[in-house]
Design a protein around this ligand. Structure first.
Ligand code: COA
Length: 172
């Protein structure tokens, strides 16, 4: 008998309505406990399903599944609703707290960048709380460059937060 259970393959696939519950579980933890997202209101499953439905084909959501478990997810979201900005998207990547440091965030972000390319998006923006070293490192490793900082634009958990803005350009 081996001492360690064999690693289960990680599958990245488009999210389905049935993924709303595990996605909400991963995200709500960050909403409540951390500054990794500036959102402050947790989502119930119904709200998470509506969030998924609002992401059309130009703005896909993917999940990383290990065995039967959704261990991470990522999304491309509308950057600005004005038509001139329709080829710019904002990415987000969330890995379940107990699954970090195994490369899952990188795998999800790489897939999001592929999907963005396939859809003809030009710019991908990441807006990251300045204290979120893991996300800053992850995006830098995937070619994002720092283009600015929003100083103290968010207030959460009793303190002002700077938001670092990073960008990568795709295509010609
Ligand atoms: C950020 C996040 C998605 C990274 O996912 P992950 O699966 O743990 O990341 P990976 O294993 O793919 O590696 C991330 C990189 O960050 C580095 N890293 C991890 N934790 C770090 C830390 N605290 N400080 C600095 N670098 C760190 C890793 O070393 C790795 O870089 P490397 O491959 O060059 O060594 C994950 O930590 C997470 O979900 N955090 C909470 C939600 C969040 O912050 N999402 C992003 C919102 S903008």
């Amino acid at each position: 008998m081996p001492d360690v259970a064999p690693a289960r393959a990680l599958v990245i696939r488009r999210a389905r309505p049935g993924d709303a519950e595990p996605i909400a579980a991963i995200w709500n933890r960050e909403v409540v406990d951390t500054d990794h997202t500036t959102d402050t209101e947790p989502r119930d499953v119904k709200a998470q399903r509506a969030w998924l439905a609002a992401h059309g084909d130009d703005h896909p959501v993917v999940v990383a599944v290990e065995g039967d478990d959704v261990v991470a997810y990522g999304a491309l979201s509308v950057y600005r609703p004005k038509p001139a900005f329709r080829r710019t998207v904002e990415d987000s990547v969330y890995v379940g707290a107990e699954h970090r440091g195994r490369g899952f965030g990188g795998t999800v972000l790489a897939r999001l960048l592929e999907l963005a390319r396939e859809r003809g998006h030009r710019a991908v923006i990441a807006r990251i709380t300045a204290t979120n070293a893991a996300s800053l490192a992850l995006h830098a490793r995937h070619g994002f460059e720092r283009i600015g900082v929003e100083r103290e634009t968010a207030f959460k958990h009793g303190r002002w937060l700077d938001i670092v803005v990073l960008e990568t350009l795709l295509g010609e």
